[in-house]
Each structure stands twice: as structure tokens, then as C-alpha cells.
Design a protein around this ligand. Structure first.
Ligand code: NAP
Length: 323
């Protein structure tokens, strides 16, 4: 079957480690299901994998991709929850120490077929397209959990989203607006700032700019480049929720004095549970919001999608499709 996979690891030139070509169709273990992939979306995770972050050379070749929507063996339309946990783990699967994401230990979704534990399948409603549904399990689910499970804010609160174009950032803007939050955004790029306002942000600022007032919560995925600004933008007692560090994980200033003196909360967040994915799907149906898609490409052209993501040349998600 056709697949986009990591054939090797390259920390400096991740695209040189990517191959698009034939891979064997997967076997289906007991209790698992085969999904015919119709659409899968790219995440920064796929670039990290090519760089060897979370993917060891011993696991190669590895089909990339965490997110998918498609058809199960009975022809039902399904969305794949990407967190593969230990079947014996009880409770929040994002806290399962043995969990992995698709494409870390188990082959990923950029292929004609993917196999996953049957319990990881969620029904896809007909009013979401395969392309839209394929955006939900990683970036959108992460944004949902950051805003609604972790941040501890209520409608009417002001939230700052660092970065405007990424999959998580665009999801935060759209979900936050639909939930009645005042959403402020930063971006290095004027066009992306304009686009963020079109998507529902109340205001967009240059990266690092002083804000008109301090905010209740900051959604952080940029990391080192925006960390100090995030902490300086918070009200006393406010929360920074962090789920990524695209620009680096070691900020020059940790701002420890500010954190304790202003009683700020620093909250880590990773992916979301299957139940949160189901609620996110229902949220989309109830409010009418839909994932922001930058580009749809056939799987054969996966390399082009990876290049767009690597250059930060996106507003929203890049989706790969199969006929
Ligand atoms: N923990 C989890 O479960 C989880 C899930 C999903 C994603 N993530 C992580 O979250 C991060 C975001 O992923 P993504 O796919 O949404 O998007 P992404 O392509 O990594 O982009 C994130 C944002 O970072 C901004 N940015 C990048 N470099 C910057 C710099 N040097 N200075 C200022 N801003 C910069 C960009 O904003 P502008 O171009 O607008 O300035 C962009 O909106 C990644 O690191 C990813 O691994 C984690």
C-alpha cells in the first residue's frame, strides 16, 4: 500500500528522511480494527519524528501520521483516537505511562490503511467531512483540552494564544471564540494576524508586543521564543497552559520569581482522552465550527505538505487524502 514514512532520522534536514512509497499492509491483532484511511492530517509531531524526537532508529521504517478519518471493516465512517494506551490502564489515557501516539510505536495514518485498537474508533458524524474529521484527533483535541479541561477559565475570560498559524493555534482561536472567550493572538506575520482576526480572534498583536491589559490564561505552544512574554502577560493567579515548544524547550529566563510571587499556574497538557474527542466532535456539531484547513493534498504529494509545515507557511491544517 502507498504510505509516507520515516525511512531514516535527520535532525537537520527532516524532509530528507521522508519517503513516499510502498509499505506492506498491516496485520490486524485481536481486538484491533483495520481502517481504510480517507483523510489524515499533518502535525508538527510528524516533523519531530523525522528529526528523531520520540522515534528511535530501531523503530524504522515508521509510517508517519497521528490523525485519520476513514471507514472501518463494516463500512462505518470513523475518526481515529491517536493515543494508544495499555488496555489495563483505567482512567485518563493521557496519564497512562505506557501510552504512545500512533507513529511512535505503532504504524501511523499516512497510508491506505491503519490498524488501531477497536476502542480507539469514534463514530464520524455525516456533517463533518473526512478532511475536517481528520483534523480533530491531535491539534484540535489538544486545543480543546488546553482550553476546557486545563485552563480553569470561564466564558468572558481573556485568553492569549501565542502563534497564529499552527494547527493548535488556529483551533484555539476558533474553539475559544465559539465558547465565549475573548481571544487575543500573537504572530510574527501581519498576514497571519489578519487571518487570525478573520477566524474569530478579538485582536492580534506582533509577537512579544505589550498587551492592552493582562490576561486570565495563555495558551503556549511556541516555547522558548514566547515564554517570558507569556508569563509577563498573565494576571495575578493566571494560568499558562503549555502543550508544545516549537521554537525550543529551554527559554533563557524561567521567570521563577514571577511564577511564585504572582501565584501563576504552569499547566502541562498533552493530547486528550477519547471522551474529550467525542465531546469535541459534539462541540463542532452544536456550534457549527469546523477545523481550519490550509491545504488538501493527495497522499502522493505528502512531501509538499511536510515542506509547508516545516517552513511555517500555513494557517490551519494540511490534510492528505486517499480516494
Ligand atoms: N502535547 C501535545 O499533545 C501536542 C499536540 C499537538 C501539538 N503539539 C506541539 O505544539 C506545537 C504546535 O504545533 P502545531 O502543529 O500547531 O504548529 P507549528 O507548525 O509548530 O506552529 C506553532 C506556532 O508557532 C509559532 N512560531 C513558530 N516558531 C516561532 C518563533 N521562533 N517565534 C515565535 N513564534 C513562532 C507560529 O506562529 P506564527 O507563524 O503565527 O508567528 C505557529 O503558529 C508543536 O511543537 C507540536 O509538537 C503538542
Amino acid at each position: 500500500m502507498l504510505a509516507a514514512y520515516a525511512a531514516r532520522i535527520s535532525t537537520d534536514d527532516p524532509l530528507s528522511a521522508l519517503e513516499v512509497g510502498e509499505r506492506p499492509a498491516p496485520e490486524v491483532p485481536t481486538g484491533w480494527a483495520r481502517v481504510q484511511v480517507r483523510a489524515a492530517s499533518l502535525n508538527h509531531h510528524d516533523l519531530w519524528s523525522l528529526r528523531g524526537v520520540g522515534l528511535g532508529a530501531d523503530a524504522l521504517p515508521m509510517i508517519l501520521g497521528c490523525d485519520a478519518a476513514g471507514l472501518d471493516e463494516d463500512g462505518r465512517e470513523v475518526v481515529v483516537h491517536a493515543v494508544i494506551g495499555d488496555p489495563d490502564h483505567r482512567g485518563d489515557e493521557t496519564l497512562d505511562p505506557r501510552r504512545s501516539l500512533l507513529s511512535e510505536r505503532f504504524q501511523g495514518t499516512f497510508a491506505d490503511e491503519v490498524v488501531v485498537p477497536r476502542r480507539n474508533l469514534v463514530p464520524k458524524p455525516a456533517d463533518l467531512s473526512f478532511e475536517q474529521a481528520a483534523c480533530l484527533p491531535t491539534a484540535w483535541l489538544t486545543a480543546y483540552r488546553m482550553l476546557f479541561t486545563q485552563a480553569g477559565i470561564a466564558p468572558g475570560a481573556t485568553v492569549l494564544v501565542q502563534g497564529a498559524g499552527g494547527g493548535v493555534a488556529t483551533a484555539l482561536i476558533v474553539l475559544g471564540r465559539a465558547a465565549g472567550l475573548r481571544v487575543w493572538v500573537t504572530s510574527r506575520d501581519g498576514v497571519k494576524r489578519e487571518r487570525a482576526v478573520e477566524l474569530g480572534a478579538d485582536a492580534a498583536f506582533e509577537t512579544g508586543a505589550r498587551l492592552p491589559e493582562r490576561v486570565d490564561a495563555v495558551m503556549e505552544t511556541v516555547g522558548a521564543a514566547t515564554w517570558t512574554h507569556s508569563l509577563r502577560s498573565l494576571k495575578q493567579g493566571g494560568a499558562v497552559v503549555i502543550s508544545g515548544a516549537t521554537s525550543g524547550a529551554d527559554p533563557t529566563r524561567t521567570e521563577l520569581n514571577r511564577i511564585f510571587f504572582l501565584q501563576l499556574k504552569v499547566i502541562g497538557s498533552t493530547m486528550g482522552t477519547k471522551e474529550e474527542l467525542e465531546r469535541l466532535i459534539q462541540f463542532c456539531r452544536t456550534t457549527g465550527v469546523r477545523p481550519v484547513i490550509d491545504t488538501v493534498l493527495p497522499l502522493e504529494e505528502a512531501r509538499e505538505g511536510f515542506a509547508k509545515l516545516e517552513h511555517g507557511d500555513v494557517v490551519g491544517k494540511v490534510v492528505l487524502t486517499r480516494p
